[in-house]
Design a protein around this ligand. Sequence first.
Ligand code: 13P
Length: 257
Amino acid sequence: MRRPIIAGNWKMYKDVNEAVELANSIKRAAFDMDNVDIVICPPFTDLSDIGEMLVESAIGLGAQNCFWEKEGAFTGEVSATMLKSVGCQYVIIGHSERRGYFGETDGTVNRKLRAAVDNDLIPIMCVGETLEEREADKTPDVVRTQVTQGLKGFDEDHLGQMVIAYEPVWAIGTGRTATPEQAQEVHVMIRDLIRELYSGSFAESKRILYGGSVKPENAGELMKQEDIDGGLIGGASLKADSFVDIIKTTSRVYEGR
Ligand code: 13P
């Protein structure tokens, strides 16, 4: 059975004081959750402090982006080695907000993925269609292209613990969640594609998270789906109560499996 991950993407919220407070509350409330991997992804400016706080903790630390070069004259960018040096184990790559607002493409996602795995960071690669694409029945094509191009040139050994997050753009921050069936359908598509590109055992081992308006109220039904292996949570990860509630719900669902 795949072990679920609940990851919080804090986006551009929380200064360092607020971030440390939130991370502390999560740490206190979720200390006994031993069947769920918990990850928090605060803004860059918070990583170092939280990295220190989480030493010896089971909670994983992730960044929301990284650049593909190791160092150099790239004003405003942060490298995978730098993330590693402040205690990150994960990095989100190709979030739809990065693709939509900052011009990231499947090509840049591919390069960032390379930097992440070369530096032993676990990438959480995000894919997902816009509303327009869904309404035009293009979801399978869009997701297929994003996954195939993102993973181009990688073999199984390189990808290690790589995680994929399916986040339909129309469900992000809108309160409009994909139904559990809609999400499961795309997760199966992604797993089938991984099987086609790699192998059956590799596809079975890969964790595919769902993201887009996951809340305590809908987490249970989503996590019950066979191919949903956790969640990438935005808004509801900004409060310890709701984030921990989602973690506990996921833990209960998996205890019952
Ligand atoms: P919301 O949970 O706020 O919809 O955000 C989802 C997301 O983008 C996580 O990366």
